[in-house]
Design a protein around this ligand. Structure first.
Ligand code: A2P
Length: 270
């Protein structure tokens, strides 16, 4: 059997309108979190911050969940950061993928955590918890982010310090990349906190906003719709509570068809 026949055979088993991409690397951070990369299909375009439907064939049927694409729009490979949910319809299987396995991806990416959904301002806050950092992993490696904003603040809150590792690795990758470090310069601040063990910074981001501690630590004024924009990605409760604080600061929610002062996306799990 030649290679061509193998590829055609495989393509014939794919559901219509779906890419089948090869896993290139898998990295496990904790028993709850892992990252993987896979090939990027020819002609697959997305805006940094968008998500795609990612899936696997399970018992002969495709099972999909929405995943933010963690790599930037210019990258050759696609990267994802995933939770492992015990018994989760997709993640209980996805957590076992290995190099060379095939992952499914529906063809159309979408999402609201995009630069186009925000009006111009000086400073961009990205508020994330857990795997909610994924769309921001894309956006902080996107040169356009730094063309549009003078300051970019990525907050990441997890239960435990080990869960922050992906974010630390990401920021040091940026600092060590010759081209990207030049684009980013000193515009990016990474503010990491944990809630369930001791660390140099602790507390929910919502509490740190309401108490003013976040701004004190950053040496910045409180949220102001004239200078600040926000993007939020985390659990449903975190989205609701953070959104309320931004609205209390006078900021207005935007969308793709109505750019405004902040945007929200659910962190997708399951
Ligand atoms: P906490 O440990 O106090 O619950 P999870 O893994 O449950 O999604 O949580 C990820 C992080 O988000 C945890 O640090 C958690 O804090 C925090 N978190 C959970 N709910 C909220 C909320 N409503 N507002 C802000 N942060 C939250």
């Amino acid at each position: 059997m030649n290679m061509q026949a193998t590829t055609e055979e495989f393509a014939a088993t794919l559901p219509a309108g779906v890419y089948g991409e090869k896993v290139l690397s898998v990295q496990h951070y904790t028993d709850r979190l892992f990252r993987f990369t896979m090939t990027r299909p020819d002609g697959f375009r997305f805006r940094s911050g968008e998500f795609a439907m990612i899936g696997l064939m399970v018992d002969g049927k495709p099972v999909y969940r929405a995943y933010s694409i963690a790599s930037p729009s210019w990258a050759e490979e696609l990267e994802f950061f995933s939770i492992k949910v015990p018994g989760g319809p997709l993640t209980q299987h996805l957590q076992n993928i290995q190099d060379g396995d095939i992952v499914l991806m529906r063809k159309k990416p979408t999402g609201t955590l995009v630069l186009d959904a925000l009006t111009p301002a000086k400073r961009l806050y990205m508020f994330s918890t857990g795997t909610g950092i994924a769309p921001f992993a894309s956006l902080i490696r996107e040169p356009e982010t730094y063309e549009k904003f003078d300051e970019v603040i990525l907050t990441h809150t997890c239960r435990e310090v080990a869960e922050l590792q992906y974010g630390f690795d990401l920021v040091s990758e940026i600092r060590n990349d010759e081209l990207l470090s030049e684009v980013v310069g000193d515009k990016l601040t990474h503010y990491a906190t944990v809630t369930r063990e001791p660390f140099e910074r602790t507390g929910r981001i919502t509490d740190l906003i309401s108490s003013g501690k976040l701004f004190e630590d950053l040496g910045l004024p409180p949220l102001n719709p004239e200078t600040d924009r926000g993007m939020i990605c985390g659990s449903a409760d975190m989205l609701k509570d953070t959104k309320a604080l931004l609205e209390a600061a006078g900021m207005d929610e935007g969308a793709n068809n109505k750019p405004s002062e902040f945007v929200i996306e659910r962190a997708f799990v399951g």
